[in-house]
Design a protein around this ligand. Structure first.
Ligand SMILES: *Cc1c(COP(=O)(O)O)cnc(C)c1O
Length: 468
């Protein structure tokens, strides 16, 4: 059969509200042309993020009802640990409320220096290499005094170059980097699967193995940022020689067998609305991490989660290694990507695992970067279709020089993140049609200017106006 169908049927529905273009023009004005300020109720199709937005299965909801809310040693904790062990196989597991909590605990321990009074002090002169660090990972490294280094392969930096594993780390660069900085200044080497910041691009098994061998040679610990491990495993199965006949679980087992631990946000590939964990083999590191966990997250058998959350995650991890689900998931990305390309909407190629990235600089060449082409397209998508996407360009990453002139970002991207199991094919057809119409009338799109902005993370709260 050529037609790929959703491998589930719908048991519970959530209505979405349709608005008119006139209403949306007013909503945009009220939100100062910042889609983060729009109430979610007024969004028809919300592609802001795939994080925590998954539809849970009937089995996950049933598991939640069975959650054990005992403070210590809850049944839910053991289910959670067993489900993680089956896939990841690390000796110690620490539950946390979401991915960045795992990062904070981990980096505080591997980076900070404990002074004679037992206080944690930020490190200096320490480096943590990765393919690309995700923004919360980078922030937690920098907050603890370290430098986050991105060593993705050259192909990973160019939107239109086709490569099966654009998330790979450049292993020559890694070796040189270790030689240059010295092993004593590199507490851990990381790799993100799939590479979120680089467009959700996968990392090959060969690359994971090579990075692991380099780490062994230099006696450095190797950790994986595992948020989208199952999507990555599916890409390995379908693109890497020797893995075609392996199951997703076997591939995931092999991926993590090369590492000493991982961080994971369960809001991604575990289909949970909240949660995460930190896992590792090292006994001493585990004891140290547990101390911080108890101070800021909770006791070691719940770490800031309700028992029922751990049940939902355990069941979600069981479901995500199902190949028919992953086949459907990645096919959805390809379906949208192919149709956008056919309608002259330029995107990062090949499409990654969880989102489509439109290259707005190429799509709207008449709007200069000072007028934020990607943000302009985000606003147009909401105005024309009630679709909420997110700008990843000069609004998010732009800086100013001393004269107050914008130093634009390298790329002006609009990300359409697809929540897991939430939208049907006709929802996606609608998104494609809206973009098709925008593409035909793109001469009418006007640029945007910032009229008010905070000092940090301005994309969340800045106020804009159309440039007349
Ligand atoms: C989402 C994400 C994180 C952080 O997880 P949160 O649950 O949002 O705190 C870390 N790394 C990657 C690759 C992510 O996508």
């Amino acid at each position: 059969m050529k037609t790929i169908i959703e491998p589930f049927r719908i048991k519970s529905v959530e209505y979405v509200k349709t608005t008119t273009e006139e209403e949306r023009i007013q909503i945009l004005k009220n939100a100062y042309y910042n889609t983060f300020r729009i109430p979610a109720e007024d969004v028809l199709i919300d592609l802001l993020t795939d994080s925590g937005t998954s539809a849970m299965s009937a089995k996950q909801w049933a598991a939640m009802m069975d959650g054990d809310e005992s403070y210590a040693g809850a049944r839910s904790y053991y289910k959670f640990v067993n489900a993680i062990n089956k896939i990841f196989g690390f000796k110690h597991i620490i539950p946390v409320h979401q991915g960045r909590a795992a990062e904070r605990i981990f980096f505080t321990n591997v980076l900070s220096v404990i002074d004679k009074d037992g206080r944690y002090r930020p490190a200096s002169g320490k480096y943590i290499p990765s393919n690309n660090h995700f923004d919360t990972t980078r922030a937690n490294i920098e907050f603890n005094g370290g430098s986050a280094e991105d060593l993705v392969i050259e192909e990973g930096k160019h939107p239109s170059i086709i490569h099966p594993f654009k998330g790979n780390m450049d292993t020559d660069k890694l070796k040189n980097f270790i030689e240059e900085k010295g092993t004593e200044n590199i507490p851990v080497v990381m790799i993100t699967v799939t590479n979120n910041t680089g467009g959700g691009q996968p990392v090959s098994m060969e690359n994971i193995r090579e990075v692991s061998e380099i780490c062994k040679k230099y006696k450095l610990p190797f950790f994986i940022d595992a948020c989208r491990f199952a999507e990555n495993a599916y890409f390995i199965k379908t693109r890497e020689k020797g893995y075609e006949n392996k199951t997703i679980l076997e591939i995931a087992n092999e991926m993590f067998s090369y590492a000493d631990g991982c961080t994971m946000s369960a809001k991604k590939d575990a289909f949970a609305n909240i949660g995460g964990f930190l896992a590792m083999n090292d006994d001493k590191l585990y004891e140290e991490c547990k101390n911080l966990l108890i101070i800021t997250e909770g006791f070691e058998t719940y770490g800031g989660l309700a028992g029922r959350d751990m049940d939902a995650i355990a069941q979600g991890l069981e479901e995500v290694t199902d190949e028919s689900y992953l086949h459907y998931r990645i096919s959805v990305m390809r379906y949208i990507g192919d149709r956008l390309l056919a309608n002259d909407v330029p995107i990062i190629q090949p499409v990654g695992g969880h989102a489509i990235y439109i290259d707005a600089k190429e799509f709207l060449p008449d709007i200069p970067q000072e007028q934020y082409p990607a943000h302009s397209l985000v606003i147009e998508m909401y105005k024309k279709g009630g679709i909420r996407a997110v700008e990843i360009g000069s609004v998010m990453f732009g800086k100013y020089d001393e004269k107050g002139k914008l130093i634009p970002a390298d790329m002006e991207l609009v990300r359409l993140a697809i929540p897991r199991r939430v939208y049907t094919q006709s929802h996606m057809d609608f998104v494609i049609e809206v973009l098709q119409n925008i593409s035909k009338n793109k001469k009418n799109i006007c640029g945007m200017k910032i009229v008010e902005e905070p000092k940090f993370l301005r994309h969340f709260t800045a106020k804009f106006e159309p440039v007349k």
